[in-house]
Design a protein around this ligand. Structure first.
Ligand SMILES: Cc1ncc(COP(=O)(O)O)c(C=O)c1O
Length: 449
C-alpha cells in the first residue's frame, strides 16, 4: 500500500520551499500594515478550501497569500503603534521556521538537551541582567499570560494558610487579574496609582495598613497601558517585611533592563521571587515567547511537574532540567531559540541599540506632541509608550482618528483611557519605524474625518 502523500521528500513539488522562503524574505524586508475586514467579507474568501481531495499546493498557497495573509494587520509592521507590537528580527524569524520544522520535544532535557541548554543559556543571560542569583532558573513559555498564570500558581502554593491575599496596582495587566480568578485568589487589594501611574512601596504599605494576610504582591516592570516601571525596591521592602512573594510582570518593559540609562528604574528587580519578560514583545522574537524565571526554581518544580506512567521516565534518577516542570505546559516548542539565535548572530549590543530606538522614538514623539497646540502629554514616557490628550476629543474622535490612520495606510493605532479619560496612545518598538511617521501622526491630530 502506498503511504498517504503527507510526508517525505515528494510530499510537495521540488523547489516549493524557495517560494515560501521568498514570501518570508519579503515579509522580513517590509511587513505590510495590512487591513481588517468584516466577517461577512472574510469567510466567503475561504469557501471550498477544505475538501476530500485537497486543492494542491499551488491553489492552497494562493488562498494563503491572497485571502488569509492580507486580511490581517501587521503586528510586525514598522507602522504598528497600537497595543504592544511584535517586531521580530530576521534571525528570529528564520530560527522560528527551523524550530517549527524540527518540532523539538522541548518539554524535557531527555528529548531536547541541545534546545533546552540553549534556552537556559538565554534565561541565564536575562537572570544576570536582573542580578538574580546563580540558582535562579525557569523556562520559556508561549506568552505573558500563561507566564503570569504559571508564576502565580507557584506563588499561591507558597502562601501560608490565611495569607492568600494578593496586592497589585490598578494598572496590572488583565492577565494578572484573570490568573487570580482562575487560581481562586479572590482576596485582592487593588492599590490605586496616582497621576504618574507608579505602584510604590509607600502606596502598598498605606493600602494594607496593619494587614498580615498579604501573601503575594504583583508589580509591573513596564505597565502595558502607560509603560511605567513600578517601584520594585520599595515593593520588595514591603514584601520582605510581610514575608510575601514578589512577582514582577516585565512582559513588556523587561527589555529596557538592557539600557544602562534606564537600568536604575529596575532597582530591586534582583529581589523578586518570580518574573516574566516576553521576548516576543521588545526583545525582537517572533510571536509566542515568554521567559519565566524563579529565584528558587525548585518551588516551581514541586508545583508544575506532571507525573504519569508514560512520562515519569523524563525525570530520571538525577533531577534533569525539564522546562515543563516550571510552567503550565507539557508539550512545547523551544520558544526561546529565536532570541538565542538572534543574540548569537548579532550579539547583545545590537539588541541594546534596537531597544534604545524605541525609547528614542517615544521621546521624540512626546516632544513633538507636547509642542502641538491643543495636545498635552498624560506623562513623560518612561519607556516606549506615549499617552496624550487632545483638547475636545472624546472616545468617538479617538476612534475616528485610529480608523482614519489605518484606512489611509499611515499607521495602526488604538486609543486608550487613562483614569477613565479617553486618550491617544502610541507604542514605539520597531527599530525601523521612520521618524517621519511621528510627523504624520502629529499632523493627523488636527482634523478627524
Ligand atoms: C505587562 C504585560 N503582561 C502580560 C501581557 C500578556 O502577554 P501575552 O499577550 O503574551 O499573553 C502583556 C501583553 O501585552 C503585557 O503587556
Amino acid at each position: 500500500m502506498s503511504p498517504p502523500p503527507l510526508h517525505g521528500p515528494t510530499a510537495l513539488p521540488a523547489g516549493w520551499s524557495a517560494r515560501v522562503a521568498e514570501w518570508i524574505d519579503a515579509r522580513i524586508a517590509q511587513a505590510p500594515l495590512g487591513r481588517t475586514v468584516a466577517a461577512s467579507e472574510m469567510y466567503p474568501l475561504l469557501d471550498g478550501v477544505i475538501t476530500a481531495d485537497g486543492l494542491g499546493v499551488e491553489s492552497a498557497w494562493r488562498r494563503f497569500t491572497d485571502a488569509v495573509a492580507p486580511n490581517s494587520i501587521g503586528l510586525d509592521s514598522e507602522r504598528f503603534l497600537a497595543f504592544i507590537p511584535v517586531s521580530p528580527s530576521a534571525a528570529g524569524v528564520w530560527m522560528e521556521a527551523a524550530v517549527g520544522a524540527a518540532t523539538f520535544s522541548a518539554e524535557s532535557w531527555l528529548e531536547a538537551a541541545g534546545p533546552v541548554a540553549a534556552e537556559n543559556q538565554t534565561l541565564r543571560w536575562l537572570a544576570d541582567l536582573m542580578g538574580l542569583p546563580a540558582g535562579a532558573g525557569g523556562c520559556f513559555m508561549s506568552g505573558g499570560s500563561i507566564g503570569n498564570l504559571s508564576a502565580l500558581t507557584v506563588a499561591r502554593d507558597q502562601c501560608a494558610p490565611g495569607r492568600r491575599t494578593v496586592a497589585c496596582a490598578d494598572t496590572a495587566h488583565a492577565s494578572v487579574f484573570n490568573s487570580m480568578h482562575m487560581l481562586g485568589l479572590t482576596d485582592v487589594v487593588v492599590v490605586p496609582t496616582g497621576s504618574d501611574g507608579r505602584f510604590t512601596g509607600v502606596a502598598l504599605a498605606a493600602a494594607i495598613g496593619e494587614r498580615t494576610d498579604i501573601g503575594i504582591v504583583v508589580a509591573a516592570g513596564g505597565s502595558t497601558n502607560a509603560g511605567v516601571v513600578d517601584d520594585l525596591a520599595g515593593l520588595a521592602d514591603v514584601c520582605e517585611r510581610l514575608g510575601a512573594w514578589l512577582h514582577v510582570d516585565a512582559a513588556y518593559g523587561g527589555a529596557a533592563l538592557l539600557l544602562p540609562e534606564r537600568r536604575a528604574l529596575f532597582d530591586g528587580v534582583e529581589r523578586v521571587n518570580s518574573i516574566i519578560v516576553d521576548p516576543h514583545k521588545w526583545l525582537f522574537a517572533p510571536e509566542g515567547s515568554c521567559a519565566l524565571l524563579y529565584r528558587d526554581p525548585n518551588l516551581a518544580r514541586a508545583v508544575h511537574t506532571q507525573h504519569g506512567p508514560y512520562i515519569d521516565v523524563l525525570h530520571g534518577d538525577e533531577p534533569l532540567w525539564n522546562p515543563s516542570d516550571f510552567g503550565y505546559q507539557l508539550t512545547r516548542r523551544a520558544t526561546g531559540l529565536p532570541l538565542w539565535f538572534a543574540l548569537a548572530v548579532h550579539g547583545v549590543d545590537a539588541h541594546v541599540q534596537a531597544v534604545r530606538v524605541g525609547v528614542e522614538l517615544a521621546t521624540a514623539a512626546a516632544a513633538k506632541l507636547a509642542a502641538t497646540p491643543g495636545v498635552s502629554l498624560v506623562m513623560e514616557p518612561m519607556l516606549g509608550v506615549v499617552m496624550f490628550r487632545r483638547e475636545g476629543w472624546g472616545a468617538a474622535e479617538w476612534k475616528a482618528w485610529g480608523d482614519g490612520l489605518l484606512r489611509d495606510g499611515v499607521a495602526f493605532v488604538a486609543a486608550s483611557t487613562w483614569k477613565g479619560e479617553p486618550v491617544g496612545r502610541l507604542v514605539f518598538m520597531h527599530p525601523r519605524t521612520p521618524t517621519t511617521l511621528i510627523d504624520e501622526i502629529v499632523a493627523s491630530l488636527s482634523d478627524v474625518s
